[in-house]
Design a protein around this ligand. Sequence first.
Ligand code: NAD
Ligand code: ZN
Length: 358
Amino acid sequence: QTIRVNLAERSYDILIGSGTLDVFPQFMADRNSSTHVVIITDSNVDDLYADALGDSLTEQGYEVQMMVVDAGEESKSADAAIDLWETMLAEGADRGSVVAAVGGGVVGDLAGFVAATFARGLAFVQVPTTLLAQVDSSVGGKVGINLSEAKNMVGAFWQPMGVLVDVNVLGTLPAKEFAAGMAEVVKYGVIMDLDFFEYLEQNVDGINARDPEVMQKVVERCCQLKAEVVEADEREESGRRAILNYGHTFAHAFEAATEYGQLLHGEAVSMGMVCESRLAERIGLIDAAATERQVKLLEALSLPITPPELDPEEVYRLMWHDKKVADGKINFVLPTKIGETTLTSDVKSRDVLAVLEG
Ligand code: NAD
Ligand code: ZN
């Protein structure tokens, strides 16, 4: 199944299926005539998939440059970007080269950033291998690296020329990483699509078994929904893209308040959605049953819903450091029912604190 992302001359296709890695050389050939491909991957995905993808290109006569970064968020750094730029230059990459990001969100963001900047911009392709990358980070064109004190602080909007998704690769993901990706999946249902939310409720077993047929449906729907949002607001200007931040105002504060690595992003988002739905309840936007439905689904997907013991005042203070603060107010994306949200900055600190106190 192919999903088109319509962005005028920056439009591209997302090809989703099971076993689609087999068509990688054709996928590349259909999109660009270059025969020099720079594959950027990480130390886990290299042996699992990237190395074989490189070989499949070599067999088709491509000149392939493999570049492997250490697995983990630390690789989304300026140091890593410099290393990649230097090595690319040394090994003959030029303006005609194509970059292929094969890995999770870390590799996609880093490789996309390197592609956006090397020689003022190279064509690039995403081959996302985590659930989070398949349903979220590989679509939408946000690429970047972290500064030591600020995540995603340096970056660009740089759309890929194609995204190739193979749901079979989800089979090797660690359980926690898979569950974390599902938090973003549930998010799409809550913010935009009641039918999809119900599909998830009805297919919990297939999802937990990572059944390729079910996962293909799941990833397809998420990519369609994300594509709609990105088409409406490519550069996060009109505000439409903000709905993707459901659960994230609390989540970012939980991530900031805990030791790095204690919480996966998706785990924080799961807790954050429950908190934000409770906040919506407190201010009369949604009924309690809608929150309970989310709790039930998230728990069935092995996601945590209660934040670790944290000082509510401290968490509230951290919310003010988030990029969703504007004009002295914190902007929240709150659900009004499953499938619909509203944006509001009219939230009282005592309501936020009450939610955090549980
Ligand atoms: P990740 O890239 O670190 O991958 C998680 C772990 O899974 C890594 O250890 C990786 O090596 C391993 N892995 C990847 N694919 C695998 C597979 N198929 N089998 C086994 N192991 C595999 O983390 P992530 O959750 O994919 O991405 C997180 C990053 O994405 C963050 O830096 C975040 O800021 C970014 N992000 C970007 C956007 C965007 O719009 N650009 C959106 C959301 C998140
Ligand atoms: Zn997220």
